[in-house]
Design a protein around this ligand. Structure first.
Ligand code: NAG
Ligand code: NAG
Length: 348
């Protein structure tokens, strides 16, 4: 619904622009029809009928074409056997959600491993392990769900947010889809995002865009403000895609854990926030390019987490400014590019 409003606003703006100037130089005055009075009476009705007919035709056509186009899965073409990707689920004390999302991702085509980043003090309970092991060995597909537990095993437990980016051993694929335990991305949408990533394997490719705004564009000091979803929606501009639902190359896990400035990991650890912003900085600094936002609906199955806490925006802005100071510059690059499945877009 809000999209519709935005579209209408854009149309209004366009109409205003067009009507604003009046007949400009070089523009012809509209021709007056001979029988203006008669034509004037019938024209509106005829026009409405024409538009309705056109709308019906377009709807039918696009429906037919959608059905037709969806029969063609580029990944399913014979000969094309792209390598798959690993899904890395970050979880924290929500076992029922984890079971649901792990089962979902394990069943998606293209997924060749599911890893659960486990940061709870106690090892994963046997019941949960067994519940997830079922996914391993029935059906025709065999996707192993494995737990990645932190190194300092039984002791105090390491619940650092940096855990989610620890390098994972034994992965076949280069692509990692990092996702929170309460987010479900439909398999077809996931598959499309993977295809986008394959054409830009250095980029972060995801579904949750955010922006760094300059707080005072005319001021002399560069202070940044964290731009939430609404600011991205309104402007169509973003510079990060959050790691709670994004693809990236697995080498960034190693860079994050072993090469990135230790002060950033320390900051993330102490403030229990902004590991996703840190990853966006890392990738932007390494590539000098923006991430890629992929069109697609994703579904939240849990209650809202940290982002609904009061003062969240303020904390996020502080992260932007602190990390920029640590880097010595702002590596994030803004863009308005969005990847869209062309089977679902009809005009232009
Ligand atoms: C997997 O096994 C369980 C229990 O044996 C069964 O209920 C379920 O339907 C199976 N799933 C698939 C996809 O075969
Ligand atoms: C940013 O990237 C440059 C060039 O790749 C690299 O030399 C530098 O160490 C990176 N900065 C940080 C803080 O990681």
């Amino acid at each position: 619904m809000p999209r519709m409003t935005k579209l209408l606003l854009q149309l209004h703006a366009a109409a205003d622009r067009r009507h604003g100037g009046g007949p400009g130089p070089g523009r012809r005055h509209p021709l007056t029809p001979r029988h203006a009075s008669a034509a004037g009476r019938f024209a509106p009705t005829a026009l409405v009928l024409c538009l309705l007919a056109l709308a019906a035709a377009v709807t039918t056509l696009s429906l037919a074409l959608t059905l037709h186009r969806h029969g063609h899965d580029p990944g399913a073409a014979p000969g094309a056997s792209p390598r798959g990707f690993a899904v890395v689920i970050n979880t924290w004390r929500r076992h029922a959600l984890l079971r649901r999302s792990a089962a979902h991702y394990a069943a998606c085509p293209g997924v060749d491993a599911v890893r659960v980043v486990w940061s709870e003090p106690r090892p994963p309970p046997e019941r949960l392990r067994r519940g997830l092991a079922v996914l391993d060995n029935n059906g025709t597909r065999r996707v192993r769900v494995r737990f990645e537990t932190s190194n300092n095993g039984g002791s105090a437990g390491d619940s650092s947010l940096n855990n989610r980016f620890r390098p994972i051993r034994g992965l076949d694929a280069d692509a990692v889809f990092s996702v929170d335990d309460d987010l479900i991305v439909p398999c077809s949408t996931l598959r499309f995002a993977f295809d986008v990533w394959r054409s830009a394997p250095n980029a972060m490719v995801g579904f949750v865009p955010r922006m760094h705004w300059i707080a005072d564009p005319r001021g002399s000091t560069k202070e940044y403000r964290y731009g939430s979803w609404w600011s991205v929606w309104w402007t169509g501009t973003y510079s990060m895609v959050l790691s709670k639902a994004s693809f990236f190359h697995r080498r960034y896990l190693d860079l994050y854990t072993n090469q990135m400035l230790p002060s950033i990991r320390k900051y993330v650890n102490e403030n229990r926030n902004c590991e996703d912003i840190a990853m966006s900085f890392l990738v932007a600094n390494a590539t000098g390019a923006p991430p890629i936002w992929v069109q697609g609906r994703i579904f939240e199955i849990g209650s809202s987490g940290i982002s609904s806490l009061k003062g969240h925006g303020l904390q996020r802005s502080r992260c932007l400014n602190t990390f920029a100071a640590m880097y010595g510059h702002m590596p994030l690059v803004a863009t308005t590019v969005k990847a869209v499945d062309s089977r679902r877009s009809w005009f232009w």
